[in-house]
Design a binder for this molecule. Sequence first.
Ligand code: SAM
Length: 364
Amino acid sequence: MEPAPRWWKEPCAHVECSLHQLAPYIGKIKSSIAGDLIEQYSRRGDLVVDPFAGAGTIPLEAVIRGRRAFAADISPYARILSQAKLSPPRTLHAALNSAEKALLEAEALPQPDLRSVPHWVRRFFHPDTLRSALRFATVARQPGNEFLMACFLGILHHQRPGFLSYPSSHLVPYLRSKKYSRMKFPEMYAYRELKPRLLAKVHRTYKRFSKLCRVGATFCQSPVEELELPQRFDALITSPPYMNALDYGRDNRLRLWFIDPSLAENEDNDVTQRRKAFIEGIMSLATNLESGLHRGGYCVFIVGEEVRRSFKAHPSEIVVTLMNQKAPSLRLRKVITDDIPDVRRTRRECRGVKTEHFLIFQRN
Ligand SMILES: C[S@@+](CC[C@H](N)C(=O)[O-])C[C@H]1O[C@@H](n2cnc3c(N)ncnc32)[C@H](O)[C@@H]1O
């Protein structure tokens, strides 16, 4: 086992392509680490696969570095973010034009009746802000508008003035009415106009904009168990879900509701099911990867180790065992360990994941 390079711990938010900051995503990998893994385990022109793409960090770093990318994820929020990052408008000018057009289209829609909006969603917004957010979401949901939807979701909730909600946390939607009471901070509960906030968000997204290799970047929304991997690919670099430590549905519930209200209905907290799903997902991936991965090609799993009071689970041991059984032509070459370095990646109260293991396999 090797320790992670020291510079992996350094912050990268001020140097990374600002597309990475479109909207928050729980469990997101640092772009500097994703970029380093892509440099080390693939070459220019290679096809890099990420079947648990999440916010699209690994595929975006791949296309910035002249690779092709095949990304997939089960989550519709991951689809919006990944598609937005892999094919954004080519220039700031084009992005602003499409945002202005969508805002006009939204304004022409009839005023929505807030009585059809669930109470838990209404609690986050001034009624007039919510009406304009609902109309804009209707336009942003249209196919081809993923970049606009991603920008909108990126300003949906936070306590800062550039966001749409009442004071709330950014990553996970919790109202912060105790810290910022209506009495003391009435301005935080006033109407928030969408247009200036959305256009400012578009500007921020193009602040450091890298040139992308747009040829051959694809996203597929699918559970890994049903995913058809490309017939030939050169590297697979991915971070599977953290077994039972994170709940992507609950933590993204407000954003999911705006993508499609039916998505935010179920709360799935069944730990056993998610543990089973992790094992089944890795098993089907291990079974399918051997035939597609180029000889000599690398497969990198970034696996969160979880530590609970009642038991210790070792997802990385599970991955190694399943890979040995189902993909025997891949050999484990290296294991790198890293403390979870970035507070944005885990919920504060989540004590589960403490370290990550980078398991580096190579096909014979
Ligand atoms: C640790 S996150 C990936 C984070 C990503 N590397 C990033 O930087 O944003 C794991 C992802 O696995 C996805 N996921 C969970 N179960 C899945 C399944 N059965 N099939 C495909 N994706 C799944 C989740 O939606 C989540 O986006």
